[in-house]
Design a protein around this ligand. Structure first.
Ligand SMILES: NC(=O)c1ccc[n+]([C@@H]2O[C@H](COP(=O)([O-])OP(=O)(O)OC[C@H]3O[C@@H](n4cnc5c(N)ncnc54)[C@H](OP(=O)(O)O)[C@@H]3O)[C@@H](O)[C@H]2O)c1
Length: 297
């Protein structure tokens, strides 16, 4: 297939590009920069110039492809709500170019959207349209375009990692470095799920190849790693102490991450493994954090 990939220059998109090309697909990668275009050409992809803000460019990219995978997102968390709304519009635009065809659209969300109740593992069957996280806009847009006949499926992500980047744990490491302590909230037994970026890329490929309309997949290799364990491995890497702080102190200590750090967010991938015959193979989160090179300041 010729696949229009938004976010093709990003952490996960780079791995998806390699995975798709390795399996015989053509990648038409969205980029807004010369550096992005160079990286895409070096990876063996075609370059498609456009921008998330330019919805017409998204429609044209989707119209030129057999399938679309959407991973682009503006990660400026100071404008998170606006960025989630922009994602809704991007998905609506991509969907409008695919409506009336069976060409698949795979969109991106987070595993937190599938939590049935606090502390219970998120599952593929659940979606809370009233979730307090504004990122629900992405899945609501998926529901909306599905209603117009688009073959859409959702890949929900946990903390995606290798030895260089680890989702929200990367900015957490920067907080620890700046504060001189690696903190967790309370007893630190709240959990975050994880998956290696290579496993995540393979899951996107399987999802777009399977083109199963209405599916929700969890790219989860590890159901939940305790935040205390994460804080302790960061502490060892930075040669600083691991400390507990109260939930009340979290916003001041972690800044915008304070909203997330104390949350218990386990997630299951049982159904995904069955549906896609997907078995994670990559290293675990703690192994990647142990192998990471923590630069001295
Ligand atoms: N990484 C994780 O652990 C994780 C966890 C949960 C969900 N997710 C979601 O997974 C997706 C991919 O994440 P990632 O970690 O790969 O993100 P990333 O490394 O920050 O990459 C983001 C991508 O979006 C592109 N982008 C941003 N603003 C754009 C714009 N205005 N126009 C066109 N392209 C734009 C970037 O292009 P440039 O190269 O031009 O900047 C880049 O290719 C996102 O939806 C993210 O929210 C990730």
């Amino acid at each position: 297939m010729r696949i229009f990939l938004t976010g093709a220059t990003g952490f996960i998109g780079t791995a998806i590009t390699a995975e798709l090309i390795h399996h015989g697909h053509q990648v038409l990668g969205l980029t807004r920069s010369d550096a992005g275009a160079e990286a895409l050409l070096a990876a063996g992809a075609e370059v498609f110039r456009g921008d998330l803000q330019d919805l017409d460019s998204l429609r044209r990219g989707a119209a030129a492809a057999d399938a679309v995978i959407h991973t682009a997102f503006n990660h400026d968390f100071s404008q998170f709500v606006a960025n989630c709304e922009a994602d809704r519009q991007a998905i609506e635009a991509l969907g409008s170019a695919l409506a009336g065809s069976q060409r698949p659209l795979v969109i991106t969300s987070g595993t937190g959207m599938g939590a049935p109740a606090p502390g219970m593992p998120a599952s593929e069957e659940h979606f809370n349209p009233h979730h307090p996280n504004p990122r629900k806009a992405s899945e609501l847009a998926g529901v909306s375009v599905a209603g117009r006949g688009v073959n859409v499926s959702v890949v929900r992500l946990p903390q995606v990692h290798d030895t260089f980047k680890q989702g929200l744990i990367s900015p957490l490491i920067e907080v620890a470095r700046a504060k001189g302590v690696s903190a967790y909230v309370g007893d630190g037994q709240n959990r975050w799920p994880g998956a290696h970026v290579s496993d995540v890329a393979r899951l996107y490929r399987l999802a777009v190849e399977r083109a199963q309309a209405g599916s929700r997949y969890h790219a989860v290799a590890e159901t939940g790693i305790a935040m205390r364990q994460i804080a302790e491995v960061i502490a060892r890497g930075l040669h600083i102490p691991a400390v507990s702080i109260t939930a009340d102190a979290a916003p001041a200590h972690f800044g915008w991450l304070g909203d997330f750090v104390g949350r218990d967010l386990p997630a299951s991938a049982q159904r995904t493994q069955q549906l896609l015959d997907w078995q994670p193979r990559g290293p675990g989160l703690i192994a990647d954090l142990e192998a990471m090179h923590y630069r001295p300041d």
